[in-house]
Design a protein around this ligand. Structure first.
Ligand code: HEC
Ligand code: HEC
Ligand code: HEC
Ligand code: HEC
Length: 338
């Protein structure tokens, strides 16, 4: 009996790791974690679709996915991404904030990635494909270039959330895997003996007359991906497209934070930056404020919740929205319990 291809095993392992990630990254609740797992599954699907491209028959290395399976995996990725969004919205209605134009750019990147994925999968259906592209090569070039853009948007979305890919080494690992998945497209085809050998160098790529264009697009994609390695890109991607007029309602309970020194949060009591409510001051457009409110506060609050200091035996919410953002506005429970 023939053993299954080792690459299938690597793929299965990827699913297991991804399925377990959200559960170990600080469990929130099932609805939320399931949504996260679906999102990560969608990402893995997209990486696999790029890393296991459809190739002409009788080439080496042999393809992992037949055309049929490639298409099925495409629909699975679309389904997982759609459920990721729906489930997040249903379990935590604050997520609606991320569908508005005031949403941070990295969330809009996620939405754009979903729409591109839907476009790629829908236009690959044979009847539509033939109507839109008369030549297969044109379809292939469009398909691959849009796929590259999709992977860039996905990297922006997943890396900036920081829940799984926080920190330099993990970010670099995600980028390496993404770049690797695209690089697989560049493996030259080696035609199995019987077929005619290709003459030109460019034609040894499986892209025909658009080889130069596609190879440049892939190289450009890899270059763009390296932008995400340093943290700076993350801060920029967390700025909203349009500024919100009002702050999101926030419940902050001092009673839950008695173990934390006042000055760890109220830095302005000590550093002479002035006296005001943190959010009022940080939402202001003054020149002193360098980092947007979403990036500043999500990092600040969640960094401690995700990596609590040695004296803290518990931690607050690590994910979801409702624990911090609630419907009743302006509830900040003071130290005297007011
Ligand atoms: C974990 C962070 C954190 C800690 C620790 C903390 N606070 Fe706060 N505090 C906040 C936040 C967030 C608000 C809400 C401010 C807003 O809505 O702009 C707030 C609001 C307040 C307010 C209301 C007026 C204002 O400045 O906004 C007072 C007074 C206050 N805190 C005093 C204290 C004192 C005293 C301590 C120490 C015993 C303390 N806080 C500890 C984060 C913290
Ligand atoms: C009077 C204005 C003001 C108030 C009030 C204020 N901040 Fe700041 N804060 C600043 C400025 C200015 C900076 C530096 C520029 C920046 O990070 O955008 C800063 C920086 C920070 C940083 C980054 C610190 C670092 O070392 O990187 C954190 C975290 C922060 N503030 C949290 C808070 C919290 C939490 C509160 C309320 C409990 C608060 N700030 C209240 C003005 C203020
Ligand atoms: C230095 C560490 C630290 C920082 C900074 C911090 N928290 Fe917390 N937070 C905690 C700890 C520890 C708990 C758990 C307390 C408990 O359960 O007894 C907690 C609990 C909470 C809870 C309650 C969760 C629940 O299940 O009831 C909320 C809400 C919360 N934090 C919001 C915030 C917000 C908003 C900020 C930023 C303004 C923030 N925290 C900053 C340490 C921190
Ligand atoms: C650990 C607590 C915490 C969690 C969890 C959290 N946030 Fe926040 N968020 C804050 C704080 C604090 C601010 C700054 C104050 C504000 O605007 O309410 C903020 C700001 C924002 C802003 C920017 C508001 C503005 O004024 O521009 C958006 C948008 C936002 N959060 C959305 C979300 C969404 C969506 C989720 C869930 C995926 C979420 N947040 C989860 C604490 C949290």
């Amino acid at each position: 009996m023939q053993l299954p291809d080792r690459r299938y095993l690597a793929f299965a392992l990827g699913w297991v790791v991804i399925g377990a990630l959200p559960l170990f990254a600080g469990f929130t609740h099932w609805g939320w974690e399931l949504s996260e797992i679906l999102g990560l599954a969608g990402l893995l699907g997209c990486l696999a679709l790029s890393g296991c491209p459809v190739r002409p028959r009788a080439t080496m290395p042999t393809t992992l996915l037949s055309l049929g399976r490639h298409a099925v995996l495409g629909w699975i990725a679309v389904g997982a991404a759609a459920l990721h969004i729906l489930l997040a919205l249903v379990t935590d209605h604050t997520v609606i904030e991320y569908l508005k134009p005031t949403s941070p750019l990295y969330q809009l990147a996620g939405i754009a990635a979903f729409l591109l994925l839907l476009f790629l999968v829908a236009t690959s259906v044979a009847s539509l494909r033939r109507r839109l592209w008369h030549s297969h090569r044109n379809f292939q070039a469009t398909h691959i270039i849009i796929g590259c853009v999709l992977l860039i948007l996905l990297a922006a979305h997943v890396l900036t959330t920081g829940r799984y890919a926080g920190g330099y080494p993990r970010r670099a690992a995600v980028i390496a895997v993404t770049a690797g998945a695209i690089a697989i497209l560049l493996i030259r085809r080696r035609i199995v003996k019987t077929a005619a050998p290709d003459a030109t160098v460019a034609r040894r790529f499986a892209f025909g007359r658009h080889s130069k264009l596609i190879v440049s697009a892939i190289a450009a994609t890899m270059l763009v991906l390296t932008i995400f390695v340093p943290d700076r890109a993350g801060v920029a991607l967390r700025e909203p497209l349009l500024t919100r007029s009002a702050a999101l309602p926030l419940t902050f309970d001092h009673a839950k934070h008695v173990a934390v020194n006042c000055l760890a949060c109220h830095h302005n009591y000590a550093d002479g930056r002035g006296f005001d409510a943190c959010i009022h001051c940080h939402r202001g457009a003054g020149p002193a404020i360098k980092v947007g409110v979403e990036a500043r506060f999500h990092d600040f609050c969640l960094d401690c919740h995700r990596n609590p200091g040695p004296r803290l035996v518990r931690h607050g919410p690590v994910s979801g929205c409702l624990a911090c953002h609630v419907a009743e506005p302006g509830v900040t429970k003071g130290i005297a319990g007011n």
